[in-house]
Write a protein that binds this ligand. Structure first.
Ligand SMILES: Nc1ncnc2c1ncn2[C@@H]1O[C@H](COP(=O)(O)OP(=O)(O)OP(=O)(O)O)[C@@H](O)[C@H]1O
Ligand SMILES: [Mg+2]
Length: 355
């Protein structure tokens, strides 16, 4: 549910930079993106990509080195205390007090936020507080356990309690830093369902980080970062179109391989290795390329990577490249243009020619 009419995005990040003291490179290196109000946004990236750093800056616990960011139109540096009231955060590392009950953890948070006056027991807390906690606990499927010490909770239960707690001050944006890390598959699924419900019922914008590609599937918008830079962005469908490039694989008899390689070079297709040759060609170009090859072919195959393959490839490539100034127009790099998903040249682009 993207609020298209709303004047400003829930989050706007412009050229954000963070360099930790004594570090030799930027942990966040000039990233920009926007998150629409009520959207489910996923920041996807491998270990060390800069996800926690970004979340820490956006929730005002870390100051940026450069660039700027706005939450609900408010500057995270100049209006930090206003921003703090707008955001809820669930840290990568659990932040509950083990020896207190779930409810006591929630109560401390409420008092710290100045939402309710302190009372030494649940029963003495204002009725409004009790109603709110019961409502949130119900939404997340938390029952009487809320009155048990947190040390007796399972990992999934702790995460749920952290969500209850983070929603208490009715944040407009909820940040979750790898909330499913360490949880088993069914618990992850349940947590997912709860988050969807929270979004539906409170219109909260959800900003989540993960390094699991599959967790980005349900997002409205995904931003992939690596080494502090945005390497891909879009809806899951757009990412798929942008990242998964078909390739054409051809080969010739060993006596003809040199000729084939030269011919491919002449077509502007640099072919590496000694064959089979993998060419960054897909869709309607496949047929044109095959028609232009005169060398007898012994193998013709097309291959389309999965989104997972594509993700691993971009993440792996930028890890290998380190600093890449983008001169070498690599295969797979999506040339910066918007995904031109115009299937105009319809014709079942299957390049299934025979030698
Ligand atoms: N306090 C710090 N001081 C110095 N360098 C740091 C600090 N925190 C993080 N870094 C570095 O900044 C980079 C980004 O780290 P960050 O924790 O933001 O990554 P991440 O995407 O959250 O990774 P993960 O998936 O492992 O949680 C890493 O190279 C990390 O080593
Ligand atoms: Mg992290």
């Amino acid at each position: 549910m993207t609020a298209t009419g709303s004047s400003q995005p829930a989050i706007s990040v412009q050229e954000l930079v963070k360099r930790y003291r004594k570090a030799t490179r930027n942990a966040v290196d000039g990233i920009s993106f926007e998150v629409g109000t009520g959207d489910f946004f996923v920041l996807l990236g491998p270990n060390g990509a800069g996800k926690t750093t970004t979340i820490s800056i956006l929730t005002t616990t870390l100051s940026p080195t450069g660039g700027r960011a706005l939450i609900g139109g408010r500057d995270i540096v100049a209006e930090a205390s206003a921003v703090r009231r707008e955001v809820g955060i669930i840290f990568q590392k659990p932040s509950l007090d083990q020896n207190l009950t779930g409810e006591e953890n929630v109560r401390f948070h409420a008092v710290l936020y100045g939402l309710y006056p302190w009372a030494p027991s649940w029963r003495l807390m204002p009725a409004a507080y009790r109603a709110q906690v019961e409502g949130l606990a119900g939404l997340l499927g938390v029952g009487e356990e809320i009155f048990a010490p947190v040390r007796t909770y399972s990992g999934g239960m702790r995460r749920k309690l952290e969500i209850v707690r983070s929603l208490l001050h009715r944040p407009r944006v909820l940040f979750l830093d790898e909330p499913t890390a360490g949880l088993d598959a069914p618990t992850r699924r349940t947590l997912w369902d709860y988050l969807a419900r929270v979004r539906r019922e409170s219109g909260t914008t959800v900003f989540l980080t993960t390094h699991y590609l599959e967790e980005a599937e349900g997002a409205d918008h995904v931003c992939v970062i690596d080494h502090g830079r945005v390497v891909a962005a879009g809806s899951p469908a757009e990412l798929k179109a942008e990242l998964t490039h078909e390739t054409l694989i051809v080969d010739a008899a060993s006596a003809d391989r040199a000729t084939l390689r030269a011919e491919l070079g002449g077509l502007g297709l640099a072919a590496e290795g000694d064959g089979p040759f993998t060419l960054p060609v897909g869709g309607d170009r496949t047929h044109a390329v095959l028609r232009s090859i005169a060398t007898p072919l012994t193998l013709v195959r097309t291959s389309a990577p999965t989104l997972e393959d594509a993700y691993l490839e971009i993440v792996g490539r930028s890890a290998a490249d380190g600093e890449d100034d983008g001169t070498a127009g690599d295969a797979g790099e999506a040339g910066g243009s918007a995904p031109n998903a115009g299937p105009s040249a319809g014709a079942g682009s299957e390049g299934s020619a025979r030698a």
